[in-house]
Design a protein around this ligand. Structure first.
Ligand code: BES
Ligand code: MN
Ligand code: MN
Length: 457
């Protein structure tokens, strides 16, 4: 028999999708200062919606950064309390000319909704709101369990404010577990729970040489070049095989258990298909002796994101820039810590500083790596719910991405997280033409409804 909540959701899907489109039209790009008021507008929009569906104590909490949105409904005595988490900020949409439809004008094409934030994370966050609405509507204004909602507007820039809020107000968020809908399914139609995320340190190295920009003909051969210095430093961060050369960096790395590694071998993964359709390069790189899943889920890595400075316009300018910056991040795995990893990196970079160059090695933001235990009733309830909706057994995976707050849920709230995501591997998150498969938006809502009902049992 169809539960009344699922029935309600199904008869309201077109409206749910229209509302999501309205939210997506607000360009809440957290990293760009010119979008600060849009981030606030998205928070207020969500606050109004949480009030409308029947949540109590709805509050848009201002912070020194972007706001948090809080709401609760705590009238199910004896039942567990779920902390629903999501983020309403998005990544910048560039490069704009590669989008087939404008990033903030959500557009339906072949069963997908294309827009920045469609799946990361507005669409996935909104599944939780709509599941709550359906449960309220079907149960005479009541929910099967207690709910707290906490939404943040700066996950994509490290999540500093929510981390601080949790440290300072852990009592206000007291819950039995967290539900995080911000991850992917391993393959279409394959219900998936994510049980591990990599951590991150995002850094900048600023290199300075001469006191001002110089003519490269007059001074080339005598003046130090900060870009060349950064290139020399970067070239010593990894060897040709992809292994990091930072002393001690691998000391804390914990190998996944044999059981976990064996389970990964049974996932439907084809390296050649991944190379061609997802990466699209002539070959894959990375440490020899580790599978692609191991390299992207359970090994630390380092990437260079951009090198601002100097002359990058069209044409040519013969200049020796006075300074140059490299934006470099490292993904971390259990049991590495951002503090120790950054200290190791900083002292190594300083030790290989080229002559005549001054360096500033800065930490921009960081997040802890996590693995969540599977031996709790919430994970079990989630697998039962997913089986009902998708008709298949759940696979447990890790992800190479990071959601900084999940570590804080574990450490400061002492609660496990259920990472139940419905993105697909080809959703192009952070890239042009991000999409959300609309059927997954709907079945995600149904999965969350069933999950809350299972937790209440
Ligand atoms: N939702 C992603 C993380 C993610 C991606 C989890 C794919 C699982 C699969 C999240 O919004 C994200 O992009 N996080 C950033 C965090 C960082 C900026 C602190 C990331 O991983 O780069
Ligand atoms: Mn996300
Ligand atoms: Mn993201």
């Amino acid at each position: 028999m169809l539960s009344a909540a699922i029935d309600y959701a199904r008869s309201n899907y077109p409206r749910f999708l229209d509302e999501l489109k309205d939210l997506i039209r607000i360009p809440s790009v957290s990293t760009l200062p010119e979008h600060k008021s849009d981030v606030l507008a998205a928070a207020q929009w969500l606050g109004r919606e949480l009030t409308r569906i029947g949540m109590d104590h709805v509050e848009v909490i201002t912070t020194p950064g972007h706001p948090l949105v809080y709401a609760d409904w705590l009238h199910a005595p004896g039942k567990p309390t779920c902390l629903c988490y999501g983020h309403y900020d998005v990544q910048p949409p560039d490069p704009l000319d590669e989008w087939h439809s404008p990033p903030f004008e959500p557009t339906e094409r072949n069963g997908n909704l294309y827009a920045r934030g469609a799946v990361d994370d507005k669409g996935q966050m909104y599944m939780q709101v709509k599941a709550l609405e359906a449960l309220f509507a079907a149960n005479k204004g009541k929910l099967p369990i207690n709910i707290r909602v906490i939404l943040e507007g700066e996950e994509e820039v490290g999540g500093e404010q929510i981390a601080r809020f949790i440290r300072e107000h852990s009592d206000l968020l007291k819950s039995d577990f967290a539900l995080v809908c911000d991850t992917e399914m391993f393959a279409p139609e394959l219900p998936t729970l994510c049980i591990g995320l990599r951590g991150l340190i995002y850094t900048e190295i600023e290199a300075r040489g001469a006191k001002s920009d110089l003519h490269s003909g007059m001074y080339g051969g005598a003046a130090p070049n900060p870009f060349v210095a950064l290139a020399q430093i970067i070239a010593q961060l990894k060897d040709g095989s992809g292994r990091l050369l930072i002393p001690g960096f691998y000391d804390a790395v914990r190998r996944p258990s044999d059981d976990e590694l064996r389970a990964w071998q049974h996932l439907p993964f084809e390296e050649e298909h991944f190379r061609l359709t997802e990466v699209g390069s002539s070959r894959l790189t990375g440490e020899p002796g580790y599978s692609v899943l191991e390299r992207t889920w359970a090994r630390p890595t380092l990437d260079v994101h951009g090198m601002p400075g100097g002359f990058t316009g069209a044409g040519a300018k013969t200049v020796i820039p006075a300074k140059a910056i490299a934006k470099i991040s490292m993904r971390l795995v259990p049991d590495q810590t951002p503090q120790q990893a950054f200290a190791q990196y900083k002292s190594y970079v300083e030790s290989i500083r080229p002559d005549g160059i001054e360096l500033d090695v800065r930490l921009i933001h960081s997040g802890d790596p996590i693995v969540v235990g599977t031996d709790n009733p919430y994970i079990q309830a989630a697998t039962r719910a997913l089986k009902k909706v998708w008709g298949k057994d759940t696979v447990f995976i890790r992800s190479g991405g990071s959601i900084p707050i999940v570590g804080d849920f574990e450490r400061h709230l002492k609660i496990p997280s259920v990472l139940m995501g419905f993105g697909l591997p080809d959703d192009q998150i952070h890239a042009p033409n991000e999409k959300f498969h609309i059927a997954n938006f709907y079945r995600g809502i149904e999965s969350i409804i069933e999950f809350m009902n299972e937790v209440a049992v």
